[in-house]
Design a protein around this ligand. Sequence first.
Ligand code: SAM
Length: 285
Amino acid sequence: MSWKTGSLLSIYRKTKNEISFFIPNQIIPLFRPALAPRSGGDFCLFCVTCLFCLFFACIYMGKESKQTEEARIFGVAHTPIEIVDFMVQSAVEILCGADKVRALDPFTGDGVFIGSLAAHGVKSITAYEIRPEQCAATALKYADTACVDCCDAFRTKPCNFNLIIGNPPYGKVAQSEEIDARIRKTYSGTAKCQVALFDAYIRAIRWASDNLESGIIAYILNSGFLDGIAFANFRKSIAAEFDEIKILNLRGNHRTSGETCRKEGGNVFGQECRTGIAILFLVRK
Ligand SMILES: C[S@@+](CC[C@H](N)C(=O)[O-])C[C@H]1O[C@@H](n2cnc3c(N)ncnc32)[C@H](O)[C@@H]1O
């Protein structure tokens, strides 16, 4: 055995745990002989294993970057089921029973709100999703439970719903001239820096407010609207447009620092989400 082979073998012995991290569980048994270093004879198998590891690592990283890209373009985030259940149960109680609910989840993604609505006994469920492949998967999964349409929610004018519920996209996604004009007219006021008012989650509130005759809007969203200066007139407007407003500040704002950041605690969406989160119920009688 040459000194180079010897060095490689010792590197392998030191790193075999990290290597096995990249290999999916089902594949590991196939490589067990190579992952149990006994002699130089296993070395060829070790090299093949490394190539496969590289292959799986590339697939894994490719998938990760696709997810990050989707998150940026479509404002994708997955709501924890405990929060979804809490929102659905509260809405059902406010509307006095599941049989009275006509629900719309306009930003359904993988349909977590559809599942919870159905589990709480709601029979009338409609959902929208803009990404065709995600829409197809969700429509198939909930074929017996909900009507799932592939569309841009902001270009629809839904009626006859008394519950608009979900997790709207965040960030600078989903442009709509019509909704932006409504935001300028109703939320802008005299605030100097108004960029934050044109975030997708504020557009989602404006759009839902304009399409709900009576009932509830229940969203989980960025909590920036609670105290931001740009949102002064927004807060005034929703107070005037709705009969009741209930807000749960779940905190988790990690764009602060030091003691303030520590007090905010963990974010319900995990470490990757740095903005504070709130649940908002807007009730119109
Ligand atoms: C924040 S995710 C919520 C996903 C899921 N409901 C959840 O809470 O786990 C927002 C979802 O809305 C979709 N979306 C973004 N813009 C949209 C639009 N204009 N119309 C319909 N769906 C949209 C995204 O593709 C994404 O699946």
